[in-house]
Design a binder for this molecule. Sequence first.
Ligand SMILES: NC(=O)c1ccc[n+]([C@@H]2O[C@H](COP(=O)([O-])OP(=O)(O)OC[C@H]3O[C@@H](n4cnc5c(N)ncnc54)[C@H](O)[C@@H]3O)[C@@H](O)[C@H]2O)c1
Length: 269
Amino acid sequence: MSNNLLKGKRGIIFGALNDQSIAWKVAEQAHAQGATFTLTNAPIAMRMGEIQKLADDCNAEIIPADATSVEDLENLISKSVEVLGGKIDFILHSIGMSPNVRKGKPYDGTNYDWYQKTMDVSAISLHKVLQTAKNLDAINEWGSVVALTYIAAQRIFPDYNDMADAKSLLESITRSFGYHYGVEKKVRINTISQSPTVTTAGSGVKGFDAFISYAEDMSPLGNASALDCANYCITMFSDLTKYVTMQNLFHDGGFSNTGVSRKVMEKFM
Ligand SMILES: NC(=O)c1ccc[n+]([C@@H]2O[C@H](COP(=O)([O-])OP(=O)(O)OC[C@H]3O[C@@H](n4cnc5c(N)ncnc54)[C@H](O)[C@@H]3O)[C@@H](O)[C@H]2O)c1
């Protein structure tokens, strides 16, 4: 269904790896709602080749960029403005990676080089995207930037590991940069805190299957799907949410405000 909510808007979408990726669904929905955009991912992720199919379906150009490299980001953002024919209206930051999670290092036995990599890829990359875009004056007034996060930024989820710290930093950058970019250019910046979702990044977390079932039983509405997350992102990119900025928005079926559910209690009775 299209309401042309993003008609005439230009965007950059980070993080579509395969058709399970949240960013993949955002691209499909943005296309359906009339947006034009470029797609980007780390050069190494490109080699898997799946993103080309999405680009064909959405009539989008792919511009590789390692989101930790300011040089790559300058190239991505200036080329996107050129290819799309004007300044950018929306950006999706859908990036997460922790070498400690990948290599099974526990939180209290962390490898600090990897810890820094987690922060750089999963959080500081948002700062780099925003600062680069601001320096190039590449985002239109009332433009909207959304980054995806997880409730482990507020509460402990033991196996989410150093990604919890990265998400806390990501949400803090959202508030701080949201202030500066808002005052100077009326650009808004928010995070969406999504339910656990079956994707490549999600499934990398230890015990993910049990965890997704627990969240399903705890959430009054059940877990939110990747497609529903994409639809929420679209509303945040649209002009219907112009005065929402510097927020962490829970998109989790009510999980974040639930102490315990009857379904979970029944398992202990
Ligand atoms: N899946 C979940 O359960 C869940 C829940 C809440 C939030 N999130 C967040 O959603 C976002 C998207 O993750 P997903 O679940 O769709 O998984 P995904 O694995 O499909 O996406 C993660 C993306 O990050 C990209 N990436 C990694 N390093 C990069 C770099 N240096 N430069 C540019 N891109 C890089 C990957 O190539 C991949 O496309 C992440 O921020 C994730 O933490 C996921």
